[in-house]
Design a binder for this molecule. Sequence first.
Ligand code: N7H
Length: 466
Amino acid sequence: DLNLTDIQGDILIGMKKKKELFFFFSISNATDFKAKLKSTILPLVTNTAQLLDVAQQPQTALNIGFSQRGLLALNITDELNDSAFSGGQLQDISSLGDPGTTNWVPEFVAGHIHGVILLASDTVDNINSTLSGLQSKLGTSITEIYSLQGAARPGSEEGHEHFGYLDGISNPAVEGFQSPLPGQAVVPTGEILVGENGDAGIDNRPSWAKDGSFLVFRQLQQLVPEFNKFLTDNPIRAPALTPKQGSELLGARMIGRWKSGAPVFLAPLVDNPALGADPTRNNDFTYGAPGQTTGKANATDQSKCPFSAHIRKTRPRADLGLPESSSSNHHIVRGGIPYGPEVTGNEATSNTTNIERGLAFGSNTNLSLFKHRMLMLHDLVCYQSSIAAGFQFLQQKWADNTKFIHAGVGFDPIIGAAQGAQRAVTGLDLTNPSRSITLTTDFVVSRGGEYFFSPSLSAIANTLSV
Ligand code: N7H
């Protein structure tokens, strides 16, 4: 059984509040910081058991992760045995397809980030008061390097990312911890938690790393007016669809889901909001034939969902064969939250982004446990027991690989990256799936990020703070 009071809450469940602050810091005085890590930060770290029990949930939840540089600053020299983590995200820049550091937030380039504190609550005021309390106690032991405030979008857009699509629908269930909803992948605990059954690196981890997880943070800017203009300019001209419907279909086929969350595989021509809203049905498909439990999906039929669709590229289900085995499949637990304001009238009419907005990719969601709570936020926070097998693999080997899932498929039109070069995508046009559409704009622009390790509470108490 998992020791749920020892595992940081964001990893398996996600803090899932309407506001989340990512506070990046460097350690200025290691001795002083270690003492305060134990006395001040550790008592505030929210564990998994606390998030599971609504009565125990703190007003402001807090989690913490350390970069490789941060561990070294604390004089922790053990190798965690994850080369992406130890090299840092900047070193990974070309393998992730980013066009150099031009678009990176300078603080992610400068190399001073030792850790990140994640603060989540229902209001920014709660977060700010927790943060200022913390900062006054931490004093000069740390220095703030950068922070990013995320917030759920307003009103009926809550739970939707900035392009307008419902997020946080599909995440793997961890074996023995969560019972899967229909269509949900089940992964061995060790695919997400270091040192647990199924962790491929288990023999080469220091014992204190057990029940920690690697946290990938990416600040992904979204060019929303530009994305919308592309849809307006290129409607799919299927019979019986108005141009507006054709534009909506193009967007849905790029993602693999409609704005409501309904999968295009189950609703191929028009949105079905009731399907999108039903967690027992909105993930219940494999890309295989109805009832098919073994073998592969049809390798030529894209009528219901393009092979290039974002959710198909990043989780190919029956395209790699059923049952969806963990050896051929790579899963991450995604979390995260939109950042930046709503599109302004001026941006919408000029089809041009003037104010930065996007997705802070990086915490977790699980529908089966949190159905009763308001929102599921996807983002650029994701956790895994190996960065190379998780996030990096999905980005590089799948989204950016024009031969995946099949030859000629092209890029993932949402997150696929080619160092800023234009990207060819096939399968989007329902009336002619082999037609290649060239995207001259990246609608998602990487502003960089960092890799962190989120240790167990006992590792913080017994190793990192001594
Ligand atoms: Fe994605 N989007 O709004 O277009 N993503 N994603 N993602 N994503 C998903 O099923 C989006 C990003 C995955 O299990 C949905 O929960 C945006 C990165 C995976 O079927 C939507 C950005 C990576 C899944 C989006 C972004 C992934 C997934 C449907 C960046 C990994 C689950 C909601 C700004 C490298 C697939 C849902 C499955 C789903 C969007 C980034 C991976 C709407 C805007 C960088 C594994």
